[in-house]
Design a protein around this ligand. Structure first.
Ligand SMILES: Cc1cc2nc3c(=O)[nH]c(=O)nc-3n(C[C@H](O)[C@H](O)[C@H](O)COP(=O)(O)OP(=O)(O)OC[C@H]3O[C@@H](n4cnc5c(N)ncnc54)[C@H](O)[C@@H]3O)c2cc1C
Length: 328
């Protein structure tokens, strides 16, 4: 079995469950694997990030280089090519940075490439069997990937339940001297931090999230009333922001915010992977959608087939009634 690596994407040393998710994906490839984490960056943040990986991975390869102080997939690619053993399997998260990094990395390594993998069915001979979705989640594709010269796999965020921490403290191996001088044609210019907005959806335990199914701005109030009754906040999918029905700060997803609520009500949301990428921590997911074949039902804990414009006001009424009765 080839050696398995997980490339850890971080922001100034901070990362979410994605390391533990890649660990889970590695275990699906080989349950006996002891995957190695690789993390690249510069400064004290990098050492802090290495420390936080020590409970998850038995070995962590650190690449410290001033050229890696700011995110630049081209530079990271050069660094990885210098240290990865031939024939390795490299797991990279399918987020903006991972999508930029992984395909070119596979070409440089002469390895196979599969993007947006959401399940791994194991290895058969030289083939890794994976599942990915196509046509916006309408079709699941079962693919066989030839790993005889290695593979780079983009793993969908949230698709694998994070592996619990291992007890042993992982060893940090400094690989910085093996990468040589790093340069790139692409230059980092600046990071633009999105505006905060009036409500911080990342801090709420319960989110009532609305999608295109809400149909028009005037209907948003239906979700706001339910949220108020539940003590929740309203979040949304991207089309709702594009239509200017809600502020960008309320958007959940790969180009919006990452949330980690305990309960997530997806109302009139189809379940596109770019939306699901923003939901972390395996919340209790309740999906309300009038289309019984909506992809969101595949991952929902509770699925309700109904028109949200009729169902949400009834739910609000019921919640108010129960809360009123509980207060007496
Ligand atoms: C680079 C990129 C980044 C992206 N980033 C994000 C992101 O951060 N967040 C995000 O959300 N999306 C993002 N998207 C868009 C994403 O691909 C989907 O298009 C989007 O998530 C779909 O939103 P939706 O589910 O609200 O709409 P749709 O896919 O149109 O689904 C609407 C759903 O509502 C249901 N419905 C309609 N009317 C009702 C009703 N009355 N009652 C009940 N159900 C009803 C329909 O059956 C349908 O399932 C991104 C796309 C790209 C290309």
């Amino acid at each position: 079995m080839p050696r398995i690596f997980a490339y850890i994407i971080h922001r100034s040393g901070m990362f979410d469950d994605s390391g533990a998710e890649l660990l889970a994906a590695a275990k699906r490839i080989d349950p006996t694997a002891t995957p190695t984490a690789i993390i690249a960056g510069w400064g004290p943040n990098l050492d802090a990030a290495c420390s936080s990986l020590q409970t998850s991975f038995p070995e962590i390869w650190k690449i410290a280089n001033e050229a890696l102080a700011y995110p630049n997939a081209e530079v990271v690619r050069h660094a990885l090519v210098s240290i990865l053993p031939a024939g390795s399997i490299v797991l990279v998260l399918h987020d903006h940075f991972g999508i930029d990094l992984a395909p070119g990395l596979s070409i440089k390594l002469n390895a196979a490439f599969v993007s947006d993998v959401l399940a791994i069915e194991g290895v058969e001979g030289n083939f890794l069997k994976v599942v990915r979705q196509e046509l916006g989640g309408q079709v699941s594709t079962h693919a066989r990937c030839d790993i005889s010269t290695g593979a780079v796999i983009n793993v969908r965020p949230g698709a694998f339940k994070p592996e619990p921490d291992v007890t042993a403290a992982g060893e940090v191996v400094d690989k910085s001297s093996s990468v040589g001088t790093l340069s790139a044609k692409r230059r980092y210019i600046e990071t633009i931090v999105a505006e905060g907005g009036d409500v911080d959806i990342t801090k709420h335990a319960v989110l009532v999230s609305i999608g295109r199914g809400i149909q028009e701005k005037d209907n948003v109030v239906i979700a706001e009333e339910l949220a108020e009754a539940l003590g929740a906040a309203v979040s949304c999918s991207r089309p709702v922001v594009d239509a200017k029905w809600m502020e960008k700060s309320r958007q959940v997803g790969s180009s919006g915010k990452t949330v980690k609520p305990k309960v997530y009500l997806a109302c009139g949301i189809s379940g596109a992977f770019q939306h699901l990428a923003g939901i972390k921590g395996s919340p209790f997911l309740i999906a309300i959608n009038k289309n019984p074949k909506a992809p969101i039902f595949q991952i929902a804990d509770v699925g309700i087939v109904d028109d949200i414009l009729e169902f949400l006001p009834l739910l609000t009424e019921k919640v108010r009634e129960l809360r009123g009765a509980a207060a007496k």
